[in-house]
Design a protein around this ligand. Sequence first.
Ligand code: MG
Ligand code: ZN
Length: 221
Amino acid sequence: MAEKVTIEKKVLSENDRLAAEIRSTLENLGVFCINMVSSPGSGKTSILERTLAHFGESIPTALIAGDVQTENDADRLKKAGGKTVRAIETGGACHLDAKMVKRVLDDIDLQDIRLLFIENVGNLVCPASFDLGEDLKVVLMSTTEGDDKPLKYPSMFRRSSVMIINKCDLLGLSNFDKEKARENALTINGKMKIIEVSCRTGEGLEEWYDWLESSVAQKKR
Ligand code: MG
Ligand code: ZN
């Protein structure tokens, strides 16, 4: 057991070193970077598709889509108008790490990019421990999940700056209690910004776009 803990610590400090390199590269170029996390099926790819369609070329954006297998999400993002999209197939790993991200970033011309989305593997556990050099994490949950997700996966919700509640068009069709979900998230992280949306109908997305636009604008180059 002791040995396992030591190895994990080594892996994480190597990860932190690479994440710091990524962060300083992005800082110098003035690229605002979001690490998108959620359980599978909450709508990470859907909100990114909407976002790409909304901003068009007004915010030059690069996207990295991580999945255990397939490049399906990267293909969807290209179809949605993504000019710079890269897939990472982890081949079994249930999270992205800084090494995988750095390898892909080295191959992207970031000169004119202002915004970088990293769509993590759908998983609320270990992506919380792997810094990818992002400015902040955005966690999605949807109304088809349990409203106690923040209580079950506190590290992820503690480390995220924004929580998006997706599929709000389906409220009332399940036992999901939106107020309870908000309360649970704020219990874990009192500073959490919460945005309610439906990627299907588009409701609530203006608030997300406004937040994103001002976050990108605040990032100096
Ligand atoms: Mg996805
Ligand atoms: Zn993992």
